[in-house]
Design a protein around this ligand. Structure first.
Ligand SMILES: [Zn+2]
Length: 988
């Protein structure tokens, strides 16, 4: 600090080279390139070799465009966690990765072909795959640069990508293992199908959107004559309700539930467009109300109740019988039929739904392929062949009308599956696909049971806790995992199938040879004739190779194999990962696929803890998306305002919920940043030129300083406990998990506490007391610890700003460590000061090697004497009194009765209970409170009837140097303290 003139009297003011203005957009790139020069990530690893290892596994983003704010949020959160581990002395292993295969890239390349007039059929799969690869590579490069610009630390020079041959080989090997564990089978199943993308979609690629469909009531005329219950086939029909008219050509049955009562109803209304008087329908008794509400029928009577025996025997005509649907439609019992909507009868098209399919298999129904892969009707749909299924609703309605089988129609709003990527509606199609079996009983139960057990048995820490329930519910309800896709850009399902019996070849030596080949050169050869040349014993007359590629979720779900299990370090296993940390949508995606493959292959989940974060919304609560134009481009933002601002925003958000962003939010963040920067700047200015003579032993510090150090100690210990979360077991796990949210809050709280209470309160001491005053040394000693603590703890959040501050700290303060070698100093120092100077010494070594960085050395662990303090209860008590005082002072200030708190004297009455809490500190209360409340005088009366605070506005004269008011000074005269300070400093 330097003497500077304030109100014509010199005071000590902070002084540092650390500027007030951030200029982050200019400085950050320089710091970044310096980190690259010194290979910061490798340095960190080298310094922590042999320490406990924390692997945060990176869920791969998709390499098909620039990064968006969601990517930035995710990577910054992970980076904050990694960097906290680093400063707490753990070793980290962060390998960023990219998901490269799959539809979006292939579709993009096809679009480019289309623009150039090239037909996809004319392009060999090899050329197509090369184009896809180049495309993905370009985006990996761009995204990688952008993520590093955000300050994300990791092994970017050796990243993983799902299209590298070693990754592909690992996936192929895992595929063979799953197959040999009898977890993979080929079967026909209805799968959710995208007609636009022309492939089956994974659960995780499906999203539900509300759409309005044309819903129809359709009459299936009864064709069997059952005389004993008076059914007359020419006038009787079974009434069904459907929201997917396009599925009617595929109808082969009607399902009912034998738990419901079904009745024969005779219509008594006069003839209308759709209904004739005397017409009879069969419907569930509970659904009769729909006759009036949905069909407008007013007069009808229940003619009879139908028994199970009768229902069982009924056959109907297809409602489009006249168009060529000449088969008979049976009534079949099925438990999936409900009575909450519709008529109590469910039209069943075995091709178009999982339940329908099961009914079809059970009763040996025909399963016609009425809809082709591109969404047009096949030859099996007479009357509609060649038409687009999404555009035939009206045509089908008209055909029913023509055939007198339409009972009614209306618009219906419902939730319907859509492709996550193309946003187009999906349909169920039954096609030959490959599946991972979830339900077949093995020795230890089915995969589904094992995975559910793994979620619940307590080996994984879930944050938030509800996350495990969410995953379990999704897992409980999902169908078998369809892993095949009818596309080119991916890893092929490398199986040979026997043409005669459809059996899949199970030969370990062939699997091994394929694995080795993939490892050498990737999977491209599979798309040529090579596989048969490799294995002359397999004749193409008898065998075919599977051309399908695999679901990309299976690839990324195996990162734990390829990125963790397959790499080894000397001392530590990287598997299972310490943590997975992704957006909450990954319960359907990556968390689930990783869990299933982990349990299937290794019998446990591949992670010890799972953390989730929410999604981004704009300021009006809409989901951030580029197409809506409300997205904030993180690259542009970083280039204009700095990555540290973006990171500060992430740290301050309640990321477990959905997060709103927009200009207003970022304006607030800018203000916050200024506060952090000024706090660092103030401390640097105060500490500038501090010498070892300024260091006091901890036990000689004043009450407020002890309080600050006490809090540092506890924050440090808490964070260390949180991060130390290792192989958790059930009992240990209670109430203990990696809660990043709470630990960010802790750090922010320490920073705020410092700047609001301590720094503000101690300004009088720092500015006005003598440069060698004991009171100043108390503050300097405290602030030295605080600065190291704060700078290190803010480093994970603000890596650039703290690096800048720390380098200036090095220039202005670091010389302290040199003294440790002089024995005469050491003998005069307290133990805690020796610890501190040793830390400085280690830092000094790094500085000499010119790679001194805030991110390299471990945090200085607060000495245990920080915690040996009995004032914590009192300090809460005192703060309570203080806020009562400030509240009243604030009223005086608002009423313009005082300008600052120094214009006031405060009288405080305290009660008996207060005295009990104060205990041994009772005598210090006045001194502490006068400092805390920053008043010119303060008096306490103990043992009063109630607690009151009174304010007296002082008309005493004000010392022009320290601005305090005194009863015993003349106008413009400086006070006794200031006078003696100026005398001793010789600046009078
Ligand atoms: Zn003074």
């Amino acid at each position: 600090m330097f003497f500077m003139v304030r109100a014509s009297y010199p005071v000590l003011l902070p002084n540092t080279q650390f500027p007030m203005k951030g200029d982050l957009s200019l400085k950050e790139p320089l710091i970044l390139s310096w980190w690259k020069n010194i290979k910061l990530y490798d340095c960190i690893r080298a310094l922590r070799k042999g320490r406990s290892l924390k692997v945060l596994a990176d869920g791969p983003p998709y390499a098909n465009g620039p990064i968006h704010l969601g990517h930035a949020l995710n990577k910054i959160l992970k980076d904050i966690v990694n960097r906290f581990n680093v400063i707490y002395g753990f070793d980290i292993d962060f390998v960023p990765g990219w998901d490269c295969h799959g539809l979006p890239i292939e579709a993009q390349i096809e679009k480019e072909y289309l623009k150039k007039g090239v037909k996809k059929r004319e392009v060999s799969s090899h050329v197509l795959r090369t184009h896809c690869r180049d495309f993905a590579e370009r985006w990996i490069e761009e995204q990688s640069v952008a993520m590093q610009r955000l300050g994300v630390l990791g092994k970017f020079d050796d990243l993983y990508s799902t299209m590298k041959s070693d990754f592909e080989a690992c996936v192929v090997q895992a595929l063979f293992e799953l197959f040999q564990k009898d977890l993979i089978y080929q079967g026909t199943r209805p799968v959710l199908w995208s007609c636009v993308e022309q492939t089956a979609l994974a659960e995780a690629e499906v999203e539900y959107k509300d759409i309005t469909s044309l819903a129809l009531y359709v009459k299936f005329p009864v064709c069997s004559s059952i005389s004993d219950c008076g059914l007359n086939e020419s006038r009787t029909s079974v009434l069904i309700w459907t929201t997917t008219p396009w599925s009617l050509p595929g109808n082969r049955a009607i399902c009912y539930n034998f738990e419901f009562v079904y009745v024969l109803v005779e219509i008594e209304d006069e003839d209308s467009n759709l209904w004739k008087k005397g017409e009879r329908i069969i419907i569930a008794q509970d659904r009769i109300s729909c006759l009036e509400s949905a069909l407008g029928l007013k007069k009808y009577r229940i003619a009879s109740v139908l028994t199970q025996d009768v229902l069982k025997k009924i056959f109907c005509h297809h409602p489009l019988n006249t168009l060529g649907y000449t088969f008979k439609v049976p009534l079949l019992p099925a438990l999936h039929v409900t009575c909450d909507v519709g008529t109590g009868f469910v039209h069943t098209a075995p091709n178009h739904g999982p339940e329908d399919f099961l009914v079809g298999v059970k009763y040996h129904l025909e399963i016609p392929e009425t809809i082709l892969s591109d969404g047009t009707f096949s030859e099996c749909a007479p009357g509609f062949t060649g038409k687009n299924m999404w555009k035939t609703d009206i045509a089908i309605k008209d055909a029913l009308l023509q055939a007198n089988t339409l009972g009614g129609y209306h618009e219906y709003l419902h939730s319907y599956p859509h492709s996550w990527r193309s946003k187009t509606p999906l349909c169920y199609r039954t096609t030959p696909q490959w599946f991972i079996r979830l339900d077949q009983e093995g020795k230890e139960g089915s995969l589904r049971e094992k995975a559910l057990h793994a979620i619940q048995e307590g080996k994984v820490s879930w944050h938030p806790k509800s996350s495990s329930l969410r995953l379990a519910n999704m897992l409980r309800n999902r169908p078998d995992w369809c892993i095949s896709r009818q596309r080119a850009w991916g890893i092929p399902l490398m199986f040979f199938v026997n043409k005669r019996n459809g059996a899949c070849l199970n030969d370990s030596s062939i699997f091994q040879k394929l694995y080795e080949r993939v490892q050498k050169e990737g999977v491209d050869f599979w798309f040529t004739d090579e596989p048969f040349l490799m294995f002359p014993e397999l004749s193409p007359q008898d065998w075919y190779k599977v051309e399908d590629i695999m679901d990309v979720w299976l690839e990324s779900g195996l990162t734990h194999r390829s990125v963790l299990k397959n790499r080894t370090t000397e001392n530590f296993s990287l598997w299972p990962a310490w943590a997975y940390f992704e957006g909450s949508d990954q319960h359907r995606g990556w968390f689930q696929s990783s869990l299933l493959t982990g349990v299937a292959l290794e019998n446990r989940p591949p992670f010890q803890s799972v953390l989730t974060h929410g999604f981004l919304l704009d300021e009006s609560g809409e989901k951030q998306s580029k197409s809506k134009g409300n997205g904030i481009d993180p690259v542009k933002f970083t280039n204009e305002h700095g990555a540290d601002l973006l990171r500060l925003w992430v740290a301050h958000e309640d990321y477990e919920k959905d997060i709103r962003v927009g200009d207003e939010v970022f304006a607030r963040v800018k203000d916050m940043y200024k506060k952090y920067r000024n706090t660092l700047r103030f401390m640097l200015g105060v500490l500038n030129g501090i010498s070892v003579k300024d260091l006091l032993p901890i036990h000689q510090l004043d009450f407020l300083s002890r309080r600050v150090l006490y809090n540092l100690y506890h924050t440090h210990t808490e964070l260390l406990t949180t991060l130390s979360l290792d192989q958790v077991t059930n009992s240990e796990f209670q109430g203990r998990c990696l809660n990043v949210q709470s630990f960010l809050k802790r750090v922010i709280q320490v920073c705020t506490d410092l700047s609001i209470f301590y720094l503000d309160v101690k300004k009088d001491t720092l500015y006005c007391d003598a440069s060698d005053a004991f009171s100043r040394k108390q503050v300097l000693t405290t602030l030295l610890y605080c600065f190291i603590f704060l700078c290190k703890h803010l480093a994970p959040i603000l890596p650039f700003t703290t690096e800048e501050a720390f380098s200036i700290f090095g220039k202005e303060v670091l010389g302290l460590g040199d003294l440790i070698d002089t024995p005469e100093w050491k003998k005069d120092l307290s133990l805690d000061a020796v610890e501190l100077l040793s830390w400085f010494k280690k830092e000094g070594v790094l500085q000499e090697r010119e790679y001194w960085s805030v991110h390299l050395q471990d945090i200085f662990s607060p000495s245990s004497c920080f915690k040996d303090w009995d004032g914590s209860t009192c300090s809460e008590h005192i703060l309570g009194i203080r806020s009562q005082v400030t509240e009243i002072l604030e009223i005086y200030r608002k009423n313009k009765e005082i300008k600052s708190s120094l214009d006031a004297k405060v009288y405080i009455d305290l009660m008996n209970e207060d005295g009990v809490i104060a205990g041994a500190y009772k005598d210090f209360y006045e001194t502490i409170l006068i400092e805390l409340c920053m008043t010119s005088d303060l008096k306490i009366r103990w043992n009063q009837a109630c607690r009151t605070v009174k304010v007296e506005v002082l008309n005493w004269n004000k010392c022009p140097r320290c601005w305090k008011r005194y009863s015993d000074i003349q106008e413009s005269q400086i006070c006794q303290r200031c006078h003696s300070v100026l005398m001793s400093e010789n600046v009078c």
